[in-house]
Design a protein around this ligand. Structure first.
Ligand code: NAD
Length: 476
């Protein structure tokens, strides 16, 4: 498979109408390695019109078994192309190759799951008071806009596209400007697997041009967005005009709560990667750690030791755990947080600098004594920075946890079952894990409370979110 370089519309690659192109920089080398067409509003018009034709012209009415067959074929072909997808992901965002391969496989798994879900998905019959016969239908919506970020470009694209297609919609996918390659590869592979032309279009381009044009387009019935809370808020405002359906997966500041009765050694060994994986550019990053005071000091020592052993470096090496940050701008924004931490009295227990001369690298950084009102404790940093604090009282700790405007993920470490259940209920987050850090399961709903989002990706909830619910009453 060749490196994609154009828009994918109507089952073929084509240049943007304006001829505009954006260059892509490899974050590990800081060198431009290719250019890609940048869509404009004329391309949005063409792609949405083609998607609407494909929906009306057959995709919405295709027998569910046929839709499932195509999705299974997409999954199989994605598996055949795992190496290509992984390499594109690594080049465009600096993701370590081992992670990029896992995520390419995850994308294929998502298509398998929704291919299987199609035959299980439907409405209900309801015993209504008037007698007669009452049933519900889950109907496709039409054309869905999927707008995705650069941190997990391929799996997030798959977990929006697959359930939307499974439910009978057509999709216009807009990748982030920094990461168009794997989204384009998905378009090409899906088409090669038998997806009819127009059912999936891929439009790289800027958020303010392509994103806004999609969200404002009258034929777009739903916007499925993953990205920052700020842009999510803007999209929700634009969508209000036509009462478009929106689902929003936004930012986070997830807590990692370690009680003294936990296997805290295991927690300390595992927790660094719960925040530093993907070089901290993860909406679920456990970036504020609360440790019960009696084990705080040994926990910190062990956490710092485990952090210092992480392998930071060349993303082409299979043993690399942390690659560069995605861009110079993203690193500068994280360094500004570190400057603020230093000024406001936090201690840097390890990291804080640039470990390599070339590439947008930043060492994994552990902050202690960050003030409860400091930016580093309160805001999403979106880089390899964690803050650790001791706590004495469960109720006071939970008040601080829930004072955050975010509520995406979180971890709770304890061997006490009652406490695990009590704290799981109390933490205001959409996704929690006990004695683990895993947040994403293809089969389970994923999404946030409060400003972390609206609606759910993954699981059957996502498929429901790509349908309209209709009730039909038939008198006897
Ligand atoms: P971003 O909000 O800058 O961009 C996300 C997407 O929105 C991109 O495709 C971008 O081009 C587009 N966009 C930008 N401005 C737009 C506009 N005016 N109208 C329409 N679309 C527009 O986010 P990012 O920097 O790519 O990603 C990082 C953010 O994403 C972090 O806040 C992170 O927490 C969040 N995120 C959330 C999840 C989740 O599932 N909750 C997952 C990954 C990332």
């Amino acid at each position: 498979m060749k490196l994609p370089g154009q828009l994918y519309v109507d089952g073929a690659y084509r240049e943007a109408a304006s001829g505009a192109r954006t260059s892509l920089i490899n974050p590990a080398t800081e060198a431009e390695f290719t250019t890609v067409s940048a869509a404009g509003t004329a391309d949005v018009e063409a792609a949405v019109a083609s998607a609407q034709r494909a929906w009306e012209g057959g995709w919405r009415d295709l027998a569910p078994g046929k839709r499932a067959e195509i999705l299974y074929r997409i999954a199989r072909l994605l598996r055949d192309y795992v190496e290509h997808i992984a390499e594109f992901e690594m080049l465009q965002i600096g993701k370590p190759i081992a992670d990029a391969r896992d995520e390419a496989g995850l994308g294929a798994r998502v298509f398998e799951y929704y291919a299987g879900a199609i035959s299980q998905f439907g409405g209900q019959t309801l015993p209504v008071a008037r007698g007669g016969f009452d049933f519900t239908l889950r109907q496709s919506m039409g054309v869905v806009a999927a707008i995705v970020p650069w941190n997990f470009p391929f799996p997030i694209a798959c977990w929006k596209v697959a359930p939307a297609l499974a439910a009978g919609n057509c999709v216009v996918l807009k990748p982030a400007s920094l990461s168009p390659l794997t989204a384009l590869a998905l378009g090409e592979i899906a088409h090669a697997a038998g997806l009819p032309a127009g059912v999936l279009q891929v439009l790289p381009g800027s958020g303010s041009v392509v994103g806004d044009a999609l969200v404002s387009h009258p034929l777009i019935r739903k916007v499925s967005f993953t990205g920052s809370t700020e842009v999510g808020r803007h999209i929700m405002g634009l969508a209000a005009k036509d009462i478009k359906r929106v689902s929003l997966e936004l930012g986070g500041k997830s807590p990692n709560i370690v009680f003294a009765d936990a296997d805290w050694q295991k927690a300390a060994d595992n927790s660094p990667m719960s925040v530093f994986a993907n070089t901290g550019q993860d909406c679920c990053a456990r970036s504020r750690v609360y440790v019960e005071r009696s084990v705080y000091e040994p926990f910190v020592e062990r956490f710092v030791g485990a952090t210092q052993k992480l392998i930071v470096g060349d993303p082409t090496h299979t043993e690399t755990q942390l690659g560069p940050m995605v861009s110079a701008g993203q690193r500068a924004s994280v360094e500004a947080y570190l400057d603020d931490a230093r000024k406001t009295g936090a201690t840097i227990a390890c990291g804080g600098g640039r470990p390599l001369a070339k590439g947008y690298y930043l060492s994994p950084t552990v902050l202690l004594n960050a003030g409860a009102d400091s930016k580093c404790w309160r805001e999403e940093i979106f880089g390899p920075v964690v803050a650790i604090t001791p706590f004495d009282d469960e109720a006071a700790m939970l008040r601080d946890v829930n004072a955050s405007p975010y509520g995406l993920s979180g971890s709770i470490w304890t061997q006490n079952l009652s406490r695990a259940l009590r704290v799981s209920r109390a933490v205001q987050s959409g996704v929690l894990s006990v004695n683990s850090h895993s947040s994403v399961h293809v089969e389970a709903p994923f999404g946030g409370f409060k400003t972390s989002g609206l609606g759910r990706d993954l699981g059957m909830s996502a498929m429901e979110g790509y349908t309209e619910l209709k009730n039909v009453y038939v008198a006897e």
